[in-house]
Write a protein that binds this ligand. Structure first.
Ligand code: ADP
Length: 178
């Protein structure tokens, strides 16, 4: 069942021993605050060196690097949209962050992946809407790509955890009857 492959965790994403963790990066890919800063601190300066070679990343796209000193093998850097009220393409761009990251994972033989709540910090995306997009895109991808073993959503804050729990119930509630 798809639901068994999706986990909600309250954790620091930098501590997870998975094939890839996803970074909520900015278009420069040269580091920032929030989860981005935490990932660069834990991975060490070699991560920044590799990121410099990538020449940035557009909003909604993703790029992969090694994980260096992280327990995770890879970091998939994706750039979430800044929330401007929802009428500037934010939902499609956020959905694209998840699908681009999952596609890159598949291409790199990543079987276990963990996402932070992309755009839900400094970028200001309403958490309940962002959680719905994250879960919907992930469920759709897992239906088509059974080779991916597990997708964890790392919920640093309690409101994020509750929003993901609700989204997961919404998108997997009919699964038992299938
Ligand atoms: P964005 O700029 O995309 O909004 P942020 O890093 O500001 O990204 O926040 C994204 C989410 O990541 C927020 O919910 C924030 O609480 C969470 N977060 C911050 N640090 C960590 C961490 N070490 N592990 C997991 N999630 C984190």
């Amino acid at each position: 069942m798809i639901k068994d492959k999706i986990k909600l965790l309250k954790a620091d994403i930098t501590t997870l021993r998975v094939d890839a963790i996803v970074n909520a990066a900015n278009t420069s890919l040269l580091g920032g605050g929030g989860v981005d800063g935490a990932i660069h601190r834990a991975a060490g300066p070699e991560l920044l060196d590799e990121c410099r070679t990538l020449r940035g990343c557009s909003t909604g796209q993703a790029k992969i690097t090694r994980g260096y000193r992280l327990p995770a093998k890879h970091v998939i850097h994706t750039v979430g949209p800044v929330w401007h009220g929802g009428r500037q393409g934010e939902p499609a761009l956020l959905a694209s962050c998840y699908t681009s990251s999952l596609k890159l994972a598949k291409e790199n033989d990543v079987k276990t992946i963990a996402f932070p709540a992309i755009s839900c910090g400094v970028y200001g995306y309403p958490v309940s809407q962002a959680a719905m997009i994250a879960v919907k895109e992930t469920v759709t991808f897992l239906e088509k790509n059974p080779e991916l073993d597990s997708v964890s959503f790392v919920c640093f804050d309690d409101d994020v955890y509750e929003a993901y729990q609700h989204a997961l119930d919404t998108f997997t509630k009919d699964e038992v009857s299938k």
